[in-house]
Design a binder for this molecule. Sequence first.
Ligand code: ADP
Length: 395
Amino acid sequence: MADRVVTLNAGSSSVKFALFAADADWPQLIVAGTVEGLGAKPRFRVAIAGGETRDAPLAGKLTHKQAIAAIFAWIEDAYPEAAISAIGHRVVHGGLRFAAPVIVDAETLTALREFIPLAPLHQPHNLAGIEGACEAFPNVPQVACFDTAFHRGHAFVDDAYALPYSYYERGLRRFGFHGLSYEYIARRLRAIDPIHAEGGVIVAHLGNGASLCALKGGRSIATTMGFSALEGLPMGTRSGQIDPGLLLYLLQSDGMTPKKLSRLLYERSGLLGLSGVSHDMRALEASQEPRAQAAIAYFIHRIKIEIAALTAVIGGLDALVFTAGIGERSPRIRAGVVEGLGWLGLALDGTANARNDAVISAPRSRIPVFVTPTDEEAMIARHTIETVGLSAAAR
Ligand code: ADP
């Protein structure tokens, strides 16, 4: 039977999965899907490579483990010939220790639990995904792939906060996230434009979560997210950059508890907080509300600032790449950013941008601008195949 790899991405109320064939040099997608609405009204949605989709409600409220059991039961039913050789998991935090994917054993799982306070909204669900998959397939290797790993190895000046040095030694650092997406884009860019890919590249991962990464020679040099996934750009519901003095004020003078502050920063801020309309860029773009338009202007403004800052870090820009939901599909946001950076030598091809073309810079642009769909699942599958030693390439 042919080797098959499953990837799992367990979030707060959903589990995304994908099934890949592992026998080619690059993992080939067979089917992808989501169980969403965990703890409420769960639904099972799948998209089979080639176009067919299915969408059905599931009975009960479902925990993560039950959702994972439902996913594997569905895969076994739909693809009875598939021998699952390994399962790859997205894990948001690998701390200082994990700079590469790792096969999970009991000791690793204990180490990963120690990072829960560093990413309380994501890490517990990621680990529940691993535990659920271990129960369903105790004899299949489980590989943890980290969002932080691609950013390990940043220079001290991009890794530290200017707190007493002992805090840095304790590991209170700028970890950065979205690493699986950036790693995938770095690989794709090498295929699309190998010359520019070797230079200074900024990738804008603009989804519900949003960050930028500066690459040089395909390696991460700096990124806008830091110790937590709150730093940097404003996001759907997260604040992004904020003066820590304001947080002290809220704690000391406004009587806010840490729990309320956490909810404010993670769930009530960003595009949602500014607009009062929605966290969703499509809804903001369609809205006539002045505050929705102001939220869009703020988003573009901060992206331009951070691109300029990262350009300084890598000593000049050779290519800009947009990816993730907004980056791949919002001509308006891309136009705002690119046209606002004309002084840097960027020029937009409006027609190509409106079509979401792969290249949206005008021929006169000194710097090419790409729109490149990300594929974190394929990156997890690739890491899993390599880590377990399945592919011809790995052998
Ligand atoms: P996540 O970070 O949850 O994976 P995505 O990468 O799917 O999120 O991005 C979701 C964001 O992309 C939402 O703000 C959504 O409105 C936005 N988006 C998706 N399609 C479009 C579109 N056609 N135009 C503008 N924004 C879009």
